[in-house]
Ligand binder design. Structure first.
Ligand code: GLN
Length: 505
């Protein structure tokens, strides 16, 4: 019954609840799908051996009348940036090859507490640095929609796994767009929660003031269901928000019922709707705006003049924080150790290990960040970038004084061809222009698929943004738009996915 993999997690949950299917059946269907497709797709770095054992335990608990979480027994994929007690956690880096952490990241611990079988760990750019998943030390991931294309990054593994029906649910992490941009490129849904909404404990840090863990799914409701499980206060993370959060699944259900768009004030950020964007992206975006307007939403033009500097400031803040976070990979405490011949000093071992253990992009960013933080440059670079960050936050505050949500294309283009931007780091960095401001302000942002670009028939994403702590508003609005689009095309977006056979598509 491999068709089970085509269902949303909410549909899978209903079948489990009515005992029409078992978790073992469901988990096996996904493991089979991974076995069939992943040699070519490359979404997984590690497939778990005990997903079926967990599934079996959930089935037994359900038969015994134990009350279970709605997602209990539904298998889930986890980005390799999150520590897992029973599986290697490499963050896509050779320096952590084979490293098995001594504890679970909090979001992973919460999946286990909800009794969700973990399918395995998904591929990513090394330490989440990148926009194409080509910077992984363990090979590329192909786009689930078109195998000649990149899946986006850094979380291309989670997005392609969900897009190719290897899992209905996955976790990602988003520092500058790594959940939302891969979601846009693979026609899936990706949510970056409010900073502090999901614990970062056990998430291998890239830039601690920007990183946030969140769901990758095929429907908005599924993202809400998963967010309800992983989110909420955690005393292990000093930046964790202690508020009670509303149910995000309920917010999505409310949105799907229909009247959420009437009277909604939707701001279009001029700086994120540029003439240089790919025409098919712009066309789908403006069509969606017209549809919202026809539903009674008020479309308001807003301007955020400081977004112009967001990418430049981001790459200073990110590299500064990354250079500090990555200093712990010193050949002594974790993973790889390369000992040069002769009579090497500690510094020789450290330097030889880092030479082999870090890839080109990680080295580029460590060097840049170390330079930006060095004495005499701190104020000129890091200090100025922090000021820009404040200005971006003020732009958002001014915009949200006028509107309920802001929208933009999730990315300026659709997924590019494998290898296309690999030798041009600046072009790769500039592709993040639409997603980065959200991380700089710590606000929530979601990407949902809105159609295919005419020129290449590849998925286009709509990014919706809300003020900090208003994640529920995003789920409601995103689900309302998703319901309208589904009604218009007569199917869910994922039903359009070209069958990924592992061969040509
Ligand atoms: N593409 C961005 C970068 O390279 C975003 C990465 C991320 O969100 N982890 O930094």
């Amino acid at each position: 019954m491999s068709d089970l993999t085509r269902l949303s997690a909410a549909e899978q949950s209903a079948l489990l609840g009515s005992r029409e299917i078992s978790s073992v059946e469901l988990t096996k269907a996904h493991l089979d799908r991974i076995a069939e497709t992943d040699d070519d797709l490359g979404a997984f770095l590690h497939v778990s051996d005990d997903a079926l054992t967990i599934a079996d335990e959930v089935d037994a608990a359900r038969s015994g009348g134990v009350s279970l979480n709605p997602l209990a027994g539904i298998p889930v994929a986890v980005k390799d940036v999150l520590c897992t007690l029973d599986m290697p956690s490499t963050a896509g880096s050779k320096i952590l090859e084979g490293w098995v952490p001594p504890y679970d990241a909090t979001p992973v611990a919460r999946l286990r507490a909800a009794r969700m079988p973990i399918l395995g760990k998904t591929n990513m750019d090394e330490f989440a640095m990148g926009s194409s998943t080509e910077h992984s030390a363990y090979g590329i991931t192909r786009n689930s929609w078109d195998r000649t294309r990149i899946p986006g990054g850094s979380g291309g593994g989670s997005a392609s796994a969900v897009g190719a029906f290897q899992a209905s649910l996955a976790l990602g992490s988003d520092t500058g767009g790594s959940i939302r941009q891969p979601a846009a490129f693979t026609g899936t849904v990706g949510m970056k929660p409010t900073y502090g909404g999901v614990s970062r404990y056990g998430a291998i840090a890239l830039a601690s003031s920007l990183d946030q863990v969140g769901p990758v799914t095929r429907t908005v409701l599924d993202a809400g269901l998963l967010h309800d499980i992983i989110g909420g206060y955690d005393h292990h993370d000093s930046t964790s928000i202690s508020d009670e959060w509303p149910s995000f699944a309920d917010a999505a259900r409310r949105g799907a019922r229909g009247d959420s768009l009437k009277g909604l004030r939707v701001g279009v950020v001029k700086e994120l709707d540029q003439p240089g964007f790919q025409p098919g992206v712009t066309a789908r975006f403006h069509e969606t705006l017209a549809m919202l307007s026809a539903e009674g939403a008020e479309i308001v033009d807003v301007t955020a003049p400081n977004f112009e500097y967001a990418v430049a400031a981001y790459y200073l803040i990110l590299t500064a924080e990354a250079s500090s976070n990555l200093a712990k990979f010193d050949s002594v405490r974790f993973g790889l150790r390369v000992t040069p011949s002769g009579n090497p000093t500690v510094e020789d071992v450290m330097s030889a290990t880092r030479e082999v253990g870090f890839g080109a992009e990680a080295k580029r960013r460590i060097i840049l960040g170390t330079y930006a933080l060095s004495a005499g440059y701190y104020d000129a670079y890091y200090g100025s970038a922090q000021k820009v960050r404040t200005l971006i936050q003020r732009d958002f505050a001014a915009a949200f004084a006028q509107v309920d949500v802001l929208v933009s294309p999730t990315a300026p283009t659709t997924a590019w061809t494998l290898g296309e931007k690999l030798d041009d780091p600046l072009a790769m960095w500039l592709s993040d222009i639409t997603t980065i401001p959200v991380n700089m302000a710590g606000i929530p942002g979601i990407s949902i698929p809105i159609g295919l670009a005419d020129e290449d028939q590849l998925p286009v994403g709509l990014q919706i943004m809300a003020p900090a702590r208003e994640d529920a508003r995003l789920y409601e609005v995103a689900a309302a738009i998703e319901a309208l689009l589904d009604a218009k095309r007569g199917s869910t977006f994922s039903a359009l996915t070209p069958a990924y056979t592992g061969g040509a598509n």
